[in-house]
Design a protein around this ligand. Structure first.
Ligand code: ZN
Length: 445
């Protein structure tokens, strides 16, 4: 990884940022393509109480500050009652009837929000290979290290071998491994082939070569091939990260989008450049999976096109700082550009989804810096909370089930060790992660 970053930095050394969409950058770009605490035996004590819901399926969280949604005032000294995996009641202590003899977690001094979504992850690194046969404690540790310890109860995988990712999901859904809800696009649709040496250097799983999508017929066939086995959306590169940086034609993009939308599934795009971004937006994609640091600031024509298309943006600000961590000047320049693009998108009223692009090129999973960079772009803690909860459920059609804390909704919750309204990095300081009313992660204390 370090070597790849060095290669990237060196190759970029004598270039302007705009010309950095170069063959030399391709390693960096393609990388972006790219329990120990075996979950708490749920009968272990928490604060002297049992920590799972009892056979009657009830669990009570008391004493926390609760942000039921990004737009509501916080409930101080609040109570959440969970029954059979759903929110049964929420309110100020004293206003909520707490049943007797129910497992209770004292959350005084802590903050509760709805479970977080990370809308840009990957399960493509070699360590996820042969997921059906990874020993349960190891797989559980990997899931915890990357996702549940940071409060993610739902993730969208934007590029990995589907049959493998499906096995991870099955092992979670069967109850064998504690983990988040996983949605996946399967493998990406590309208008270019990836050189073998780059695949090798990226540390990603070896997969059978994917056909290059060069015309609408191939785009339709490739889209069907990915969606038929049950993926949850499609992901494409709008432009090649390699010379000659060709942009997908409007007809190709439209063929992909039409097939996904026919099945009510979203299309994500790696925009790569200004041209790629505009082509993707014109073609009707739903989610822009990165900003475009090589393109300079987004002007009003770009913002208007994005707004008109009602796309959502996943900024992924940290991944660039990570990939360029050994090249400070370029890293800082790109970060300024990324932050300015996000700030401009926010000012134009655009939707933002939280996402980090972990485990393609970045194996530093801590999202704290992402939150800090989002705040640098002007996002309030409520806007960041929205990008983690209500925005993704709206975009992915789950508003009736997830994304807020309200009676009748699924009990996916995060308990934070402080108050993110004071410091957004607290969004990364997770004490408990709760999915379907069960504690799937608790921090060691
Ligand atoms: Zn990615």
């Amino acid at each position: 990884m370090k070597r790849d970053a060095n290669q990237c930095a060196k190759s970029c050394e004598d270039r302007t940022p705009l010309s950095c969409a170069s063959p030399g950058l391709r390693n960096c770009v393609i990388l972006v393509l790219g329990f120990a605490i075996l979950l708490s035996n749920l009968s272990h004590p928490i604060n002297g109480q049992t920590r799972d819901s009892k056979p009657d399926g009830q669990l009570v969280l008391t004493g926390a500050t609760i942000y039921a949604s990004p737009t509501e005032n916080p409930i101080t000294n609040g109570v959440v009652v969970i029954r059979d995996g759903k929110i049964a009641a929420i309110g100020h202590r004293g206003s909520v009837r707490v049943p007797n003899g129910v497992a209770t977690v004292n959350c005084s001094g802590l903050t509760i929000t709805a479970g977080f979504w990370n809308s840009h992850v990957h399960f493509s690194k070699q360590k996820w290979a042969d997921a059906a046969n990874i020993p349960a404690p190891d797989l559980a540790a990997q899931i915890q290290e990357m996702l549940t310890r940071y409060g993610f109860t739902s993730v969208f995988d934007l590029g990995s071998p589907w049959e493998n990712t499906r096995r991870i999901r099955e092992r979670i859904e069967s109850g064998e491994i504690p983990g988040p809800r996983i949605r996946s696009t399967g493998e990406m649709l590309l208008g270019f082939s990836v050189p073998e040496e780059i695949l090798r250097a990226s540390g990603t799983m070896r997969v059978t070569p994917q056909p290059v999508v060069a015309n609408p017929g191939e785009a339709l066939a490739a889209s069907k091939k990915r969606l038929d086995p049950g993926t949850d959306g499609l992901k494409m590169y709008a432009a090649s990260p390699f010379s000659p940086f060709a942009i997908l034609s409007g007809e190709v993009i439209r063929a992909v989008v039409d097939e996904a939308h026919r099945r009510n599934k979203p299309v994500f795009v790696h925009p790569q450049s200004r041209g790629g971004l505009l082509a993707a937006v014109a073609g009707g994609v739903d989610v822009i999976a990165h900003t475009t640091p090589i393109s300079g600031p987004w002007d009003e024509s770009v913002l208007a096109a994005m707004r008109q298309a009602k796309v959502a943006l996943i900024p992924t600000l940290k991944v660039w700082t990570y990939l360029l961590r050994d090249r400070a000047s370029l890293r800082d320049q790109w970060t300024r550009t990324n932050v300015s693009q996000l700030r401009a998108w926010l000012a134009s009223g655009g939707m933002v989804l939280f996402g980090t692009d972990v485990d393609a090129g970045m194996d530093d999973y801590d999202p704290g810096e992402e939150y800090a960079l989002m705040a640098d772009a002007g996002m309030t803690f409520r806007q960041i909370l929205s990008s983690l909860t209500t925005a993704p459920v709206e975009k992915f059609g789950e508003s009736g089930r997830l994304g807020r804390i309200a009676p009748g909704l699924v009990a996916d919750l995060v308990v934070l060790s402080g108050d993110p309204s004071r410091d957004v990095r607290v969004f990364a300081a997770v004490r408990y992660t709760i999915r379907d009313g069960k504690v799937i992660y608790r921090a060691a204390r």
